[in-house]
Ligand binder design. Structure first.
Ligand code: FES
Length: 129
């Protein structure tokens, strides 16, 4: 296994990211946190695994189920919010128009990494869920 470049944490080989997204955990300053890695036509994206309606993981009601069965949308099992995987915008549900919080992901040699050096200050946060 190749060592991850400094500041980057290996998440998955791009070819192995499942259609419905891949949940991962990371350390956000002192806080354990969760993310969702997705492969889209626009490239690889990573989002915080926190719904924009209420601050709960998208898969809280069904761990590991992050998307609709066809993989077209990330989905929150709590109240049914649907998000576009490529830009994180909620297109249906109680948080219509809100956007999932992006996580810094980079791809090198077909491998996706979380850029831990580019995470926002956990004490400043994103100003909400
Ligand atoms: S908590 Fe996600 S839709 Fe309500």
């Amino acid at each position: 296994m190749t060592a991850a470049p400094e500041g980057l944490r290996f998440l998955a080989a791009v070819a192995e990211i499942p259609l419905g997204g891949l949940a991962f955990t990371y350390q956000w300053g002192p806080f354990p946190a969760g993310g969702v890695l997705v492969r889209t036509a626009a490239g690889v994206r990573a989002w915080r695994n926190v719904c924009r309606h209420l601050a709960v993981p998208l898969d809280r009601t069904d761990p590991g189920r992050l998307a609709t069965p066809d993989g077209r949308h990330l989905a929150c099992g709590e109240h049914g919010a649907l998000y576009r995987p490529d830009d994180g915008v909620c297109v249906a549900g109680p948080c219509l128009g809100a956007r999932l919080r992006p996580l810094p992901v980079v791809v090198r040699d077909g491998r996706a990494y979380l850029d831990e050096t580019a995470l926002p200050d956990p004490l400043a946060g994103w100003g909400g869920p």
